[in-house]
Write a protein that binds this ligand. Structure first.
Ligand SMILES: [Zn+2]
Length: 362
């Protein structure tokens, strides 16, 4: 498929870290093998300061990458000395997010001070997610939880009740945003897919920044600076997406979507949603409703039906055949893509979706 060129901002960062990552992996390994200080000495001697070594060694678990990786960038540079009062070695704020999109946002705001664990796997949707015992463990170990809210993750209530630490902040990042479709049968608290507008994404960033400052006041300057930089990128993106949408005449910016994930996208970028095959992914349309939708597509000259990577496009295909239009089945809404998809960040996702939509309507 015509994925946009991979330009994920995370890729280049990995390269200078590679040997540090190896170091972080090797040091505990060597230690575990009974090596004495003489074995490890040549390895640790590579570190110019004594500070980073204990940090890397303090993470002998199977997932050292997120914790250990950010440290080495600071280690060899003289700037490491500028942060003597930062966190205790190895101390990072443990964050749990529900969606991969939120995990990406949190990493952008939290940087090296946070360790983000996500609940819903890549490729799965939030509405019909079934939590696992491992999810309860994640919640139990979290310093703070960020979730979307507006009823998107109804399954979260039970996890909070059974597993949350007392006093754990649980932040619904969509709180305070004005919802559409309030009181509809599908989304009782209003449509929760706010993040499909980059302008709303910037609002999420404010909530994330404030939550992080709440649990880690020492990081206030870092979080504020990171949030400012990232918000600006999102607002620049928003302007760029509006410009791209303008390539399609306003009257032709019509979409039929698989699940009802695009109202904020449509509002922000000037599209009209003619209909949805599924309101909520848990619901289903009757044959009669499908026929009506096919008629609407023909009458309103909708050029394409859009579905997403996490859904089986079978019903969308039936409808597309019936209405005689194309189906674009590989958009991303509720989840980022896997490593090879080119859609591994929130910014990538919105860019990819807009390009795919505009290309199919032009
Ligand atoms: Zn959804």
């Amino acid at each position: 498929m015509a994925h946009q060129p991979a330009h994920a901002h995370t890729v280049p960062l990995h390269q200078p870290w590679t040997h540090w990552l190896l170091l972080a992996l090797l040091v505990p390994l060597i230690a575990a093998c009974g090596g004495n200080s003489s074995t490890t000495a040549p390895t640790t001697a590579l570190a110019p300061t004594s500070a980073p070594a204990p940090t890397a060694m303090a993470v002998p678990t199977e997932a050292p990458a997120p914790t250990a990786a950010p440290e080495p960038t600071a280690a060899p540079a003289p700037t490491a000395m500028l942060e003597p009062t930062a966190m205790a070695p190895g101390k990072t704020i443990k964050i749990v997010t529900t969606m991969s999109i939120l995990a990406d946002m949190v990493k952008n705001v939290g940087g090296e001070r946070v360790e983000a664990e996500n609940i819903i796997p890549i490729g799965a949707g939030p509405e019909d997610y079934q939590p696992t015992p491992q999810d309860a463990q994640k919640i139990a170990g979290a310093d703070i939880v960020f979730y979307n809210g507006h009823g998107l993750e109804e399954w979260l209530d039970d996890l909070f009740k059974s597993a949350a630490k007392p006093g754990q902040p649980q932040i619904a990042v969509s709180d305070g945003l004005e919802a559409v479709d309030v009181g509809s049968a599908d989304f009782k608290e209003g449509n929760p897919h706010f993040w499909m507008s980059a302008a709303n994404g910037a609002k999420y960033v404010e909530k994330i920044r404030d939550g992080l400052i709440q649990v880690d006041p020492d990081g206030k300057d870092t979080y504020t600076k990171n949030a400012d930089v990232y918000s600006k990128r999102l607002l620049d993106l928003n302007a760029e997406l509006k410009q791209q949408a303008d390539a399609v005449p306003a009257a032709e910016r019509k979409m039929v979507t698989n699940h009802d994930a695009f109202p904020y996208f449509a509002k922000e970028y000037g599209f009209t949603i003619v209909g949805n095959i599924l309101g909520n992914p848990e619901a289903e349309l009757s044959a009669g409703d499908l026929a009506k939708l096919a008629t609407a597509i023909k009458e309103q000259k909708v050029k394409a039906i859009f579905s997403e990577s996490q859904f089986n496009p079978k019903v969308a295909k039936t409808l597309a055949d019936e209405a005689g239009v194309q189906i674009i089945a590989n958009l991303y809404t509720d989840t980022l893509g896997d490593a090879g998809s080119g859609v591994t960040s929130y910014i990538d996702m919105l860019r990819y979706d807009m390009k795919t939509i505009v290309d199919s309507l032009k």
